[in-house]
Each structure stands twice: as structure tokens, then as C-alpha cells.
Design a protein around this ligand. Structure first.
Ligand code: FES
Length: 104
């Protein structure tokens, strides 16, 4: 199974199994990382699933307009920012490395 690497806010790195068909947010949440709040459950209305994609970003579909608008509400947005609920995980994303963004 493909791997997802998650870096939590304390800088520690965790390698977890990525399940095809789930979003990156769901995989992180289901693995028990409660610092990724994902308050809206993936409805694209909260931005609390913000991550910085450190490795593998070139393999992702580009962010849509609504995702960009929500990311603009974060003080911590940078060029690598994505909403993890909008990233559908699949085998070609093996090794994707994401850093959970600071809390706004
Ligand atoms: S979980 Fe709310 S926008 Fe991603």
C-alpha cells in the first residue's frame, strides 16, 4: 500500500498507510492526528485541514477556485499550501509528504 508521510506541528515525522479513495485529510484524521481539526468534515468550508505539501506536490491536481479562496483566509498560506480534504489519495501519490500547517 502507498505511504503518506505526515509531519506534525512538533516537527516529528510519521509514516502511515494511505488508503486509495480516501482524502489525505481522512487518512490523517483516521490515523489519530487530532491537530488536523478538519472541522467541516471535508465540505470545503473551514480550511482547518490546511497542510503544506513538502514532497510530491507536482503529482497533485491543481487546487480549484474555492480551495484557493479558503486558503487565502489562512495567515500561514504559502506556495505549498493545500487543503488536505481536497487531495484524493491514490497509489501514484506514494511517498507524499505533508506538514500540518500552524493553527490560525
Ligand atoms: S476539512 Fe474543512 S475545508 Fe477541508
Amino acid at each position: 500500500m502507498a505511504k503518506l508521510v505526515v509531519v506534525t506541528r512538533d516537527g516529528s515525522e510519521h509514516e502511515i498507510e494511505g488508503e486509495n479513495g480516501l482524502s489525505v485529510m481522512e487518512i490523517i484524521r483516521d490515523a489519530g492526528f487530532d491537530e488536523l481539526q478538519a472541522l467541516c468534515g471535508g465540505c470545503l468550508s473551514c480550511a482547518t485541514c490546511h497542510v503544506h505539501v513538502e514532497t510530491g506536490g507536482e503529482r497533485l491536481d491543481p487546487a480549484g477556485e474555492e480551495e484557493h479562496e479558503l486558503l487565502d483566509t489562512s495567515a500561514y498560506r504559502d506556495a505549498r499550501s493545500r487543503l488536505s480534504c481536497q487531495i484524493a489519495f491514490a497509489g501514484h501519490l506514494d511517498g507524499l509528504r505533508v506538514i500540518i500547517a500552524a493553527e490560525d
